[in-house]
Write a protein that binds this ligand. Structure first.
Ligand code: NAD
Ligand code: DAU
Length: 348
């Protein structure tokens, strides 16, 4: 069996490729990625020569390239992660999100349906986000029955892609599963997302920007636990179903940033609390969703999955990883990223 993992050179994709190669000793993994500013082959360095792994550079929105991968690698399963994934960038350049997340997903669906006509035992797993559900107030949690209410161009594009996946199942009978997950963190997360932003800036002695008053709440899941859930849903999830995934680990941004900074201080042998002086409250993100939280009762009851790494342990592992991968941090931050960062934070 050959599994196509799109977005394989990104944060979750590269962790997933590693996880699947170990978990599924009889399956081939074909990684597919455009290598945008967020995708790097160094994320896959240790598996590039693996005998069951092939990497193909390509665009999910390029029909010919996608068709070629299906034809040349005899793909039986798709785990679709390729996306423009950063909310702040979606505010500045929404069309890039429409192109990759909406058009790209639709191209992939169309080519999978074409390649798999009349075939049994195939599956298209669409990897999505809790952000499609919008924002929560102080109470309640999202679940599989929550109505869609996306607020950012990023979440609107992911919501549209979820709807297209559903449409391909209902209209063309494509065997799909969908997962919606909360905030991931861990090794290889690109230094534009909150946790690696805090680590890289603290190490450089730069101000650590916290949007608004840092009162927004996110639920955090260690990336290894997400990969485990994805593999399980791919293997055992019911066709046509959605599974919500989360870490059962809510924190306000200010509390989380404090925990990360303390972990950085601890790992560097500095007095814990020193780096908290770097925190600076800055102009809020427009349309900033207040709170995300996930009810994971369905995946827990039906597939027996639950998170295994707690927030304190996961943050300690993550900070240690970043401290021992400083060259990686430098290498992945190219001109396009620095230009965006200077402009975005320059205005806050
Ligand atoms: P990421 O930005 O680190 O990786 C995305 C990858 O997709 C990159 O390697 C990039 O090169 C690739 N890509 C972008 N455009 C492409 C295109 N047109 N064709 C082919 N490849 C392209 O993102 P991530 O955090 O690893 O997220 C992966 C997926 O998981 C996304 O679909 C995201 O919506 C979803 N998700 C992420 C989180 C999270 O907290 N990071 C949570 C829930 C769901
Ligand atoms: O919920 C899942 C989503 O989590 C994924 O679908 C997205 O791909 C992923 O990027 C993430 O979205 P967020 O917007 O929640 O993540 P981000 O790391 O950008 O921000 C986390 C919180 O921290 C959010 O409330 C905004 C805030 N923040 C972020 C940055 C980058 C800051 O306060 N300062 C910052 O510099």
């Amino acid at each position: 069996m050959a599994i196509l993992v799109t977005g394989a050179a990104g944060f979750i994709g590269s962790n997933l490729v590693r996880h699947l190669l170990e978990r599924w000793p009889d399956r081939r993994i074909v990684g597919y990625d455009l290598l945008t500013y967020a995708g790097h082959l160094s994320n896959l360095a240790d598996v590039m020569d693996h005998p069951r792994h092939t990497f193909v550079r390509g665009d999910v929105a390029d029909r010919e390239s996608v068709a070629k991968v299906f034809a040349e690698h005899d793909i039986d399963g798709v785990m679709h992660l390729a996306a423009e994934s950063h909310v702040d960038r979606s505010i500045v350049d929404p069309m890039a999100f429409v192109r990759t997340n909406v058009v790209g997903t639709t191209v992939l669906l169309q080519e999978a349906a074409r390649a798999w006509e009349g075939r049994e035992g195939v599956r298209f797993h669409h990897v999505s986000t809790d952000e499609v559900f919008g924002a929560l107030g102080a109470e309640g949690r999202f679940d599989e029955h929550t109505a869609y209410g996306p607020n950012s161009p990023y979440s609107a594009s992911k919501a549209a892609s979820d709807h297209f996946v559903r449409a391909w199942h209902e209209t063309y009978g494509l065997p799909v599963v969908v997962t919606n997950c909360t905030n991931n963190y861990g090794p290889y997360q690109f230094p534009e997302k909150l946790i690696p932003v805090v680590v890289t800036r603290a190490l450089a002695g730069e101000r650590v920007p916290v949007y608004g008053r840092g009162e927004n709440v996110r639920d955090w899941l260690y990336v290894g636990d997400h990969c485990d859930a994805l593999a399980l849903v791919f293997e055992e999830g019911a066709t046509g179903e959605t599974y919500c995934i989360g870490g059962d680990a809510e924190a306000t941004n200010l509390d989380l940033v404090g925990m990360v900074l303390d972990a950085v201080d601890g790992a560097r042998g500095a007095a814990v609390g020193t780096s908290r002086e770097l925190i600076e409250f800055v102009t809020d993100r427009p349309g900033h969703d207040f709170r995300y939280a996930m009810d994971i009762a369905k995946i827990r009851a039906e597939l027996g999955w639950e998170p295994s790494v707690g927030l304190a342990e996961g943050l300690a592992r993550t900070v240690d990883w970043y401290l021992s991968h400083r060259e990686w941090m430098e290498e992945v931050q190219g001109d396009q990223h620095r230009e965006f960062t200077d402009s975005w934070y320059g205005k806050r």
